[in-house]
Write a protein that binds this ligand. Structure first.
Ligand code: SAM
Ligand code: SF4
Length: 347
């Protein structure tokens, strides 16, 4: 296949996506990244959106084989932040000029419908910010209540579009059910983010192509592609981490296929590669999601080993990221960074 012809195409089929994911020639890979960067500029502009994450609980009722928060991990010291602590941290993030708050946790029913609604309402009462929930699979009625309380977005990765792999990694969950949640969240008006992990055992390039195509089928507002990193005290503690270059190629192909979806340069990518964030931003990404969980909690949110910046003071995070982003000629957005699909639709 002629790479330059391929990269000019308006849409790519499954075989073409697999071909691009499998590129090994350095010059061709650089052409892929350059095209992804061009598509990103065309559809998303030069702004990078920051999303401030608060990991407010590391308790989890699920047992995903890959994750350090899985309920069977008895070696992890667990914590829960109080709703008022969460609201206080959210307001600190807003004061730093970041206008999306991501509330993330394990699947933890300790926080009932009303407590989450209280957190959402209390954050939004004081500022025009977007709230993303990333709480795993919850009741459909809860999603509705939280939407009414002011939640804007929901982040729930499908992890892999291959039902056999999904079943092998999740004892109690099914891919179909996960996809039902994504469908429902979209239906009731959330801006929805999903995505996969790269480097899961037995995952093929075909599987990754299907992940990208699934994101397209769902017309997602955000799609995240991050490498798997082994976590201590899990059945996969000695598996190989996902490949950085394959992750970057996936992000680049996804940008070309998904066009105006937000794509983050993930913390997992930055954990595996010192320059991962910058490389990601140059390969199609337009979002960065720094962690603002305060100590002594942040070091206990061990989804995998040696998470990037986990020992840094979150107060410096905003300025450090701004420097990195400006060093490649991009700028930090001062907007909420809502779905570009919604904004384009309105216009
Ligand atoms: N519990 C919620 C859920 O599963 O959707 C949200 C929190 S969960 C820790 C967020 C994401 O972390 C998951 O969707 C998964 O992709 C990612 N994750 C978990 N373990 C990981 C690992 N070992 N390496 C890389 N990413 C991981
Ligand atoms: Fe729990 Fe989410 Fe980790 Fe699965 S990925 S064990 S649901 S925190």
């Amino acid at each position: 296949m002629d790479i330059n012809e391929l990269l000019k195409k308006e849409s790519l089929n499954r075989d073409e996506i697999i071909y691009l994911l499998g590129l090994s020639d350095e010059k061709e890979i650089n052409s892929l990244f350059a095209r992804a960067d061009e598509v990103r500029r065309l559809y998303c502009g030069d702004e990078v959106h920051l999303r401030g994450i608060i990991d407010f609980s590391n308790y989890c009722e699920q047992d995903c084989l890959y994750c350090g928060l899985r309920k069977s991990n008895k070696n992890l010291p667990r914590y829960r932040m109080t709703p008022d602590e969460v609201v206080e941290v959210a307001h600190k993030i807003i004061n730093k000029g970041i206008f999306t708050i991501v509330l993330q946790s394990g699947e933890d029913a300790y926080y009932d419908t009303d407590q989450i609604a209280y957190i959402i309402y209390s954050i939004k009462r004081k500022a025009d910010v977007a709230i993303t929930l990333s709480l795993g699979e919850r009741d459909f009625e809860e999603y509705r209540t939280w939407k009414i309380a002011g939640a804007d977005r929901y982040l729930i990765k499908h992890e892999t579009a291959n039902p056999k792999l999904y079943a092998a990694f999740h004892e109690n969950q099914k891919l179909d059910e996960r996809l039902e949640h994504i469908r429902f969240l979209k239906e009731i008006g959330y801006q929805v983010g999903s995505g996969n992990m790269i480097g899961l055992p037995n995952q093929t390039l075909e599987d990754i192509a299907d992940d990208i195509l699934l994101c397209k089928e769902f017309d997602l507002d955000m799609a995240a592609f991050g490498p798997f990193i082994p976590a201590p005290d899990t059945p996969w503690h000695n598996k190989k981490a996902g490949d950085v270059l394959l992750t970057l190629k996936t992000m680049a192909v996804a940008r070309i296929v998904l066009k105006d979806a937000h794509i983050p340069a993930t913390t997992a990518l930055a954990t595996l590669d010192e320059d991962g964030r910058i490389k990601g931003l140059k390969a199609g990404a337009n979002v960065v999601m720094p962690d603002f969980t305060p100590s002594p909690y942040r070091e206990k949110y061990q989804i995998y080993a040696d998470r990037k910046c986990v020992n840094d003071n979150p107060d410096y995070c905003r300025s450090c990221l701004q420097l990195q982003i400006e060093s490649i000629g991009r700028r930090v957005s001062s907007s909420r960074g809502d779905s570009l699909k919604l904004l384009n639709h309105k216009n």
